[in-house]
Structures are given as structure tokens and as C-alpha cells.
Design a protein around this ligand. Structure first.
Ligand SMILES: Nc1ncnc2c1ncn2[C@@H]1O[C@H](COP(=O)(O)OP(=O)(O)O)[C@@H](O)[C@H]1O
Ligand code: SF4
Ligand SMILES: [Mg+2]
Length: 329
């Protein structure tokens, strides 16, 4: 029996930005997988390489930035070998991404209707020609806004992004991303700019869309709390590398990497709301600094000799992997 091919499979991804201060290796040997219909949480502090990983998947790394190594397979097909026009066709139709900043990701010069219709036109060949096509596209845009819970959709379609609240903009961006019913949705920090109640609504919306459309999803967040209840599996990233991955419940119940342990201590506990919140000591290093061995070493309370050697992500059983010399199966 052959194992099912994952929807997305990233192997050994390395993405580099040349800068005056030297090469910034934003993503350094990342392996990730998202199965069809699954939600993978990707967490880590700001600057850990989450966005660049998925920009690499979609061919959105701008030169002089480049993918220096690795394999990106979507449904078994190597995306790195695709021509720019094939990649453009795939983007939005098969894989869609909601960007971290909805206000800058949406085009301020066009109405929400135009932006949904543009996406449909770029990908949906089933729209009829001429006026009937415009009507069908408009109906589809209304349907999408209603689907993401924007009330009074026919009127709001003619508005511009700045006329929407933060929560509504995020919903509109999700509507645009979902217009062509992609098989994989990458949601990059979809709730970061929103207040807590709206955050929960947007996360519920994403979960229900995933269930309705049977999509795979990568939910990116700096907040482990956001992915805790929504994703069956999680990958924790630090300084361009995955440092721990596995079933979310197991990782949260017993985090093994000192960085994951620090992340958990830095968010409020659901079980014990009186527990003090402890930020991780120190800061994410400057991206151009080269740290030998474990990237977390300068901040790690458990560092010892041996931590300056290159350290692999190793299986520790129960579908978990950890990148730390002090952790074994
Ligand atoms: N265009 C760029 N030029 C130089 N460095 C970049 C560029 N884009 C991202 N980086 C660097 O890559 C690293 C990872 O960034 P990013 O993926 O945006 O982090 P995250 O999404 O986890 O917050 C950061 O150190 C960032 O400074
Ligand atoms: S390898 Fe060493 S420095 Fe890195 S997390 Fe493990 S104990 Fe800490
Ligand atoms: Mg980011």
C-alpha cells in the first residue's frame, strides 16, 4: 500500500535575501507537510521565517531574494519547475493566501467587487461571456461576501477597502482568497490586528470554510494560543527552522523543545489562569547574524556544550520531531 501523497510537501527549503550586512537566510532547511483537508498551525515569534516559507511556496519571493535549495511539491508536482504564468494560474485557483496585513494586501483603488471579480476572471473559465458573465460574476461576489458573513453584501460590494472595519477587511480578504475554491488556503496571521472577539469570529469562519470546502489549510500565527484549538498538527519555527512539530494537543501538553516551552509560558494558560506569564528571555537575533549550531542557544536556559554543533530535527516517537540535543525519544 502506498501512503497518500500530501497536498503540500516542503523539503529542505532554503530562502536567502542578500543584504549589505550579508546574506539573510530567512528559511533554512524547512520541512513541512499539509494533508488534504488538514489544518497545520505554524507558530513562532516575529522574524522566524513563517511568511517567507509560504511566499516561497507561492513563488512570491522578490529578487534579489531567492530560493537557494529545496523541493516544494503540490499534489506531487514540483512548483519550483513551473513557469511564471503557470504559477500565476495556480495561485488563487489551487493555492490561495491571505496576507498578514489586509489593508495593504487589498488594493485601495478598487472596490471589493472589482477585486473579487478580478480573481474570478483570472481563474474561472466557466463564467459566460459579455453581460451575462458580468451578472454571474457579481452574483458570485455577493455569494462570497455573504458566505464570509458580511451583512448587506450587495451594497458593501461597491465599497472600497478603507470603508471596511479591520474585521470586515479580513473577511473580505478571505472571500477573495476563497472565490475560486482553492484546495489549500494559507492564512498568514489572519487575526493579529483584530480585537479578541473579532479574532474568534474570523478563526471560526476559517474553520467552517475549511470544513465546507474540504480545503487543506496552513494557519500562521505568532500566538500558540490561536492555533491550539484549531489545528490538529503544529510546527514551531525559530530563526528560519522548524524546531518542534507534532500533534498540537501533545506538543501543548508536553512541549519538548526549550523554545516551545518558553512560548507556552509566554501565553496565558487555559487551565490555570492565575499562572504568571513569562516572556522568553532575550530577543530574536539579528537576521544577518550567523549562529553556529542551535539558533536558540543564546537564549536557551538549558544550553550546554554540544549545542554549538549542527542539530537535526529528529523523530522522538508519536509523530513528533524535535531539534534539540537534550531531547531524545
Ligand atoms: N525582502 C527581505 N529582505 C531581507 N530580509 C528579509 C526580507 N523579507 C524577510 N526578511 C527576513 O527574513 C526573516 C523572516 O521573515 P518572515 O518570514 O517575515 O518572519 P515571520 O513571518 O515569521 O514574522 C526576518 O528576519 C526578516 O527580516
Ligand atoms: S540544542 Fe541546546 S541550546 Fe538548543 S534548545 Fe536544545 S539545549 Fe537549548
Ligand atoms: Mg509573517
Amino acid at each position: 500500500m502506498t501512503a497518500a501523497v500530501p497536498l503540500l510537501r516542503i523539503r529542505g527549503l532554503r530562502t536567502v535575501f542578500p543584504t549589505r550586512a550579508g546574506d539573510v537566510v530567512a528559511v533554512d532547511g524547512v520541512d513541512l507537510e499539509v494533508a488534504a483537508g488538514e489544518c497545520l498551525g505554524v507558530v513562532g515569534e516575529s522574524g522566524s521565517g513563517k511568511s517567507v516559507t509560504f511566499h516561497s511556496v507561492l513563488g512570491l519571493v522578490k529578487p534579489p531574494g531567492r530560493i537557494a535549495a529545496g523541493e516544494i511539491l503540490f499534489d506531487g508536482r514540483d512548483l519550483r519547475g513551473l513557469s511564471p504564468s503557470t504559477m500565476r494560474a495556480l495561485r488563487g485557483r489551487d493555492i490561495a493566501m491571505t496576507m498578514q496585513d489586509a489593508l495593504t494586501a487589498l488594493n485601495p483603488a478598487f472596490t471589493i467587487e472589482t477585486q473579487i471579480v478580478e480573481t474570478l476572471r483570472a481563474h474561472d473559465v466557466t463564467l459566460p461571456a459579455g453581460r451575462a458573465g458580468s451578472r454571474a460574476a457579481r452574483d458570485k461576489a455577493i455569494e462570497m461576501l455573504a458566505l464570509v458573513g458580511i451583512p448587506d453584501a450587495p451594497r458593501r460590494l461597491s465599497e472600497y477597502p478603507h470603508q471596511f472595519s479591520g474585521g470586515m477587511r479580513q473577511r473580505a480578504m478571505i472571500a477573495i482568497a476563497l472565490a475560486c475554491r482553492p484546495r489549500l488556503l494559507i492564512a498568514d496571521e489572519p487575526t493579529t490586528a483584530l480585537d479578541v472577539t473579532i479574532q474568534a469570529q474570523v478563526l471560526d469562519l476559517l474553520a467552517s470554510m475549511r470544513a465546507q470546502l474540504g480545503m487543506g489549510m496552513a494557519l500562521i500565527s505568532h500566538d500558540l494560543g490561536v492555533v491550539a484549538e484549531r489545528c490538529a498538527r503544529v510546527a514551531v519555527m525559530y530563526c528560519g527552522q522548524v524546531v518542534e512539530t507534532g500533534p498540537t494537543a501533545a506538543v501543548i501538553a508536553a512541549p519538548r523543545h526549550p523554545y516551545t516551552q518558553g512560548l507556552l509560558r509566554s501565553i496565558p494558560s487555559l487551565e490555570d489562569p492565575d499562572r504568571a506569564i513569562e516572556p522568553i528571555a532575550g530577543q530574536v537575533p539579528d537576521p544577518a547574524t550567523k549562529i553556529e549550531g542551535c539558533r536558540f542557544r543564546p537564549r536557551c536556559p538549558m544550553a550546554r556544550s554540544g549545542c554549538e554543533q549542527p542539530i537535526e530535527l529528529r523523530p522522538i516517537g508519536d509523530a513528533r520531531q524535535v531539534r534539540c540535543v537534550r531531547v531524545s525519544a
